[in-house]
Design a protein around this ligand. Structure first.
Ligand code: FMN
Length: 198
């Protein structure tokens, strides 16, 4: 594997390493806007990222009386003062546009018995609907739909959004936080849902 040129290789233990191509000055090229990311690098990147165990949440909004949401694992707390959280949403999805129109969204942190809700909200090709379909939901007093009996939910006003590659990082200011301490989380690890902690 060339130190400068980038490339892939496996060691004796089968650990795969992949370096992104480097520029002529030897510095790692920022995976550039002009150079498409090589397909085998994408595969290795996805494999590495699948090793990150996360919770599972559903991000929902209500724009002009229509409800829409998607399953998301890219949730993070950002700040306590002010109270900020973020989610990364694919720009090709209709949800960022609907959140922009509504200026408000909710994040439902799913409980271990809510895999069906995670699967429903990850299903491609769904359309916005006037109310929940297939999944038990409820409307908060703030006019935003949330998954019923989730581990916790947060209602957020859009603080700001930042474009990052093919995703939009949406930062929300939390205006309502509800949690149910008796429940355990649904987890996602190596492309599969997990129900056990420990
Ligand atoms: C466990 C899991 C995590 C996901 N995390 C994200 C995410 O963080 N951001 C995102 O944009 N899509 C994420 N998705 C994919 C969306 O849920 C999916 O693309 C969307 O529901 C498809 O709807 P569409 O066809 O209307 O775009 C995730 C899917 C799964 C199963």
């Amino acid at each position: 594997m060339s130190a400068r040129g980038g490339g892939a290789g496996s060691d004796r233990r089968g650990v795969r390493r992949h370096h992104c191509p480097r520029g002529a000055d030897g510095r790692a090229s920022v995976v550039s806007v002009t150079t498409p990311t090589p397909p085998d690098f994408v595969r290795d990147l996805k494999d590495a990222l699948s090793a990150w165990a996360s919770g599972v949440c559903v991000v929902t909004t209500n724009a002009d009386g229509l409800l829409y949401g998607i399953t998301v694992s890219s949730f993070s707390s950002v700040s306590l003062e002010p109270p900020l959280v973020l989610v990364c949403l694919n720009k090709s999805n209709r949800l960022p546009g609907m959140i922009d129109a509504a200026s408000r969204f909710a994040v439902s942190l799913l409980a271990s018995d809510q895999e069906a809700a995670a699967r429903y909200f990850a299903r491609p090709g769904r359309l916005p609907t006037p109310d929940f379909v297939e999944v038990d939901g409820e409307w908060t007093g703030l006019g935003v739909p949330v998954v019923k009996d989730a581990l916790a939910h947060l209602v957020c006003d859009v603080h700001h959004a930042v474009e990052a590659g093919d995703h939009l990082v949406v930062i929300g200011r939390v205006i309502e936080a509800v949690s149910r301490p008796d429940k355990m989380p649904l987890l996602y690890f190596r492309r599969g849902y997990r129900h056990e902690v420990g």
